[in-house]
Design a protein around this ligand. Structure first.
Ligand SMILES: CC(C)(COP(=O)(O)OP(=O)(O)OC[C@H]1O[C@@H](n2cnc3c(N)ncnc32)[C@H](O)[C@@H]1OP(=O)(O)O)[C@@H](O)C(=O)NCCC(=O)NCCS
Length: 379
């Protein structure tokens, strides 16, 4: 009786014990993942005969492992996760102090991206578990290519970098790019997005994204599309659409956003039946000419390293690689007895401005310390 008063009823004690066992199991799983990564990297370092970079990478993972082991004890005893209103943000709390936060973004292609805000290493696992329990689907993250520590944190927490993108800086001066021909190819007319039929434009955007690496399955909500398109970064002179003069079909688009700091080529794409007619090149020539005349010498763009067509289009314009990032995926789908993903997305918002990573068609985990600027903007 006395014991019950101090510890709670047998039912309460069992529930508490189960919760703690669950936390312990999660910690052990993280340790095993970390040890596996370490063991994979050590032979690589040795094989390279003391290669400095490989050895450094192995020691770096060992450091993370030790930090995790040390901080893991705190997780078991104190760390808790709370979901902040309106439901897209989870915070890790230790002894009443916030030690990290994660925001989840559900994009119009149903991919759920996570972005971390200043976060203690040992809080990532609990935060990700909380997001995954809500979404029941794979999680995606974006990490700067130079940020080894964040890559390790992702790997320890079950992520794998599945794609890599390069950030290019493209000149706008036609004397450098060679983009002098701005005349429409026969049968095509160019309109600004400001003068386009919005539903047609949205359908074109949806269709084009099916062929852009990392955005297959994209379907805009009309309201979100409007909100994201026509905001302060919209520039009617650099958001151009090629239309078939006879049928009125929308064939191709190029859009350069008036992004803070430097204009940014969000997307250049042509529907498959209209490719190799010079449409993309002509739209770029027109948009870049406007920027050049305004005094903007360069435009940034992000392209998938495997996208041969877009590299062949952009690199010969004098584009220089100025950075890159990796796209990581954590296969965490909760499956039912038939092996089907079971989404549980209470309170998740789709698309639009709130789906920051969606704007670019992919990016999204920024790990503490990583620069979110190029990673959380739109496509
Ligand atoms: C890349 C893409 C936009 C090109 O559109 P397009 O209207 O066919 O391009 P253009 O006809 O203006 O081609 C201009 C030049 O780019 C290069 N190029 C375009 N597509 C190419 C391909 N598939 N392979 C090799 N080079 C290619 C060629 O040098 C071409 O000149 P050429 O036809 O005289 O040889 C188009 O293939 C596409 O929409 N791809 C899928 C979407 C995508 O990945 N977009 C980039 C994301 S930022």
């Amino acid at each position: 009786m006395e014991v019950h008063k101090r510890l709670g009823s047998p039912r309460e004690v069992s529930a508490l014990a189960l919760t703690q066992l669950g936390e312990l199991a999660q910690l052990l799983e993280q340790r095993v993942d970390a040890i596996e990564i370490f063991l994979r990297r050590v032979p690589h370092a040795v094989e390279n005969g003391g290669d400095a970079a490989a050895t450094q990478a192995a020691y770096s993972v060992a450091g993370s492992l030790l930090r995790m082991l040390r901080s893991g004890r705190m997780v078991a005893s104190h760390l808790g996760v709370v979901r902040a209103s309106p439901g897209l943000v989870w915070r890790a709390i230790d002894d009443g102090q916030a030690v990290g936060a994660v925001t989840a973004f559900l994009r119009p292609d149903d991919r759920c991206f996570v972005a971390f805000d200043t976060c203690r290493d040992d809080a990532y696992g609990s935060l990700l578990t909380a997001v995954a329990a809500n979404t029941g689907s794979d999680l995606y993250a974006t990490v700067d290519e130079g940020d080894e520590h964040s890559v390790e944190l992702l790997e320890i927490n079950g992520f794998t970098v599945t794609r890599r993108e390069s950030i290019l800086l493209i000149p706008t001066d036609p004397a450098i790019t060679g983009l002098r021909a701005t005349a429409e190819p026969a049968g095509a007319v160019v309109v600004s997005a400001a003068d386009a039929y919005e539903d047609e434009l949205r359908r074109l955007d949806d269709a084009l994204r099916q062929d852009v690496p990392g955005t297959a399955g994209w379907r805009w909500d009309p309201g979100d599309f409007h909100e994201e398109t026509f905001d302060s970064q919209f520039d009617p002179a650099t958001y151009l659409i090629a239309v078939d003069a006879e049928s009125g079909a929308y064939m191709s688009l190029a859009r350069v956003w008036n992004s803070p700091g430097r204009p940014r080529l969000g997307l250049v794409a042509t529907l498959a039946p209209y490719r190799r007619r010079g449409l993309a090149r002509m739209l770029l020539a027109r948009a870049f000419r406007v920027l050049h005349e305004r005094g903007s010498p360069g435009v940034t763009a992000e392209i998938d390293d495997t996208n041969t067509a877009s590299r062949s289009l952009l690199v010969p314009l004098g584009a220089k690689r100025v950075g890159g990032f990796g796209r990581a995926r954590q296969a965490g789908a909760v499956t039912d007895s038939q092996g089907l993903a079971a989404p549980r997305r209470s309170g998740m918002q789709r698309g639009g401005k709130h789906a920051g990573p969606g704007r670019q068609g992919g990016p999204a985990m920024t790990v503490a310390g990583a620069s979110p600027a190029p990673l959380l903007s739109r496509r």
